[in-house]
Design a protein around this ligand. Structure first.
Ligand code: ADP
Ligand code: MG
Length: 357
């Protein structure tokens, strides 16, 4: 039993790499494809410049490595997303991250093509990302499962420069929302709108509204949306209905967090003045806080020990505290460009991802 527990703990954090295609406009600028995944999806090789014009290969292995031909539907299957959604319906907390430099495919992976999220996702669209596909699956389950009465709710927020902004109940002049601590709930955002969604259509509306406001917000704050973290949360409450079931009368509070992280690239020094500098420090701070939290959890899960996990170092890790570690399930999708011109950033993403494994 004990052994089994530890076994599954070590598996609570999964790391997957996704390489996007090399675009024709990159090729015409002389970029070559320098990252390739293995046929069995278990590893990838990167050609890196060595001394005196020579090249060498570096190899990395992860739970899965997805190449440029991987479709959005394949991502669901190869990342085991359905198991994570089932876990949330069973009352677990689940976090799915997209990490990587700007332009590496984070938003594509999480949300799909921004402008053509299918209207109701009843039929789905090939470009739909993980979030719409997850919503589709969840409502299908909720409407057919008989073991419990389910109710789904959603919120969508953005963390920018250590300020938290509501992307659903959006006010362009609003100050950031306070993050509070409650002994029984943990950290939460005071005043954040949580929308009850009895139909899939309502949740798709939350997603579209949130994505639209992420763009508008970036204009308001005069920033790139790539400088902010976006968290779309689905709350899955389930009340068991079978009076003979062991858990009859115990409500399960499952939770899914989809996190489209800020670009991981280092901002050029020449640009890092004033606001930009503060912003860069804060982004690096929350990404490194997240890295520390996940690598601490990964190390200690594997060793079966417990440790001090520095959740309080950033807003991002505070808000995800109840969804990282313990019995929570985490999937990190490290998005990479295959381009020779971005090989440094790709290596830095892969080393971040390796620490999380
Ligand atoms: P990020 O959110 O990391 O900044 P995006 O998701 O916006 O990056 O991706 C940058 C561009 O590349 C977008 O035009 C997107 O549609 C495209 N793209 C990213 N990943 C893929 C992919 N796997 N297949 C096809 N196009 C992709
Ligand atoms: Mg993006």
């Amino acid at each position: 039993q004990q052994q089994q527990q530890q076994q599954s703990d070590a598996d609570n954090i999964k790391v997957v790499v996704r390489l996007r295609p090399l675009f024709p406009h990159e090729q015409s600028k002389g970029a070559a494809e320098v990252a390739h995944v293995s046929e069995d999806y278990s590893s990838l090789k990167v050609v890196v410049p060595g001394p005196a014009g020579a090249t060498m290969q570096k190899e990395f292995s992860f739970h899965a490595c997805l190449g440029p031909e991987t479709s959005q539907a394949d991502v669901m299957a190869l990342c085991g997303i359905q198991q994570l959604l089932d876990a949330a319906l069973a009352g677990y907390h689940v976090t799915i991250f997209a990490y990587g430099q700007t332009g590496s495919g984070k938003t594509h992976t999480m949300s799909g093509k921004e402008d053509i999220i299918s209207d109701d996702a009843y039929n789905g669209h090939e470009h739909d990302g993980i979030i719409s596909r997850a919503v589709h699956y969840l409502f299908q389950q909720v409407h057919t499962r008989k073991d419990a009465k389910y109710s789904l709710k959603a919120s969508y927020l953005e963390i920018y420069n250590e300020g938290v902004y509501d992307l659903v109940h959006f006010n362009p002049k609003a100050k950031s929302l306070p993050v509070k601590w409650d002994a029984s709930y943990g950290f939460y955002v005071q005043g954040l709108k949580v929308v009850p969604c009895s139909q899939q259509r309502a949740m798709m509306e939350v997603i579209r509204t949130g994505m639209k406001h992420r763009k508008v917000g970036s204009h308001r704050l005069n920033m790139e949306s790539s400088r902010s973290h976006a968290i779309m949360t689905i709350y899955c409450d389930a009340t068991p209905t079978d009076p003979n079931s062991y858990d009859f009368g115990t409500i399960r509070y499952g939770k899914l967090s989809f996190v489209d992280l800020a670009g991981s690239e280092r901002v050029k020094d020449s640009m890092s003045e004033g606001t930009m500098l503060k912003e860069t420090i804060n982004i690096n701070k929350s990404l490194s806080a997240l890295g520390k939290v996940i690598s601490t959890l990964a190390e200690h899960d594997a060793a079966g020990t417990t440790a001090h996990v520095p959740y309080r170092d950033s807003k991002l890790t505070k808000l995800l505290m109840d969804s990282l570690g313990g019995s929570a399930l985490t999937l990190m999708i490290a998005c990479c460009s295959p381009s020779s011109l971005q090989v440094e950033e790709t290596l830095s993403t892969l080393s971040y991802a390796t620490r999380a494994k």
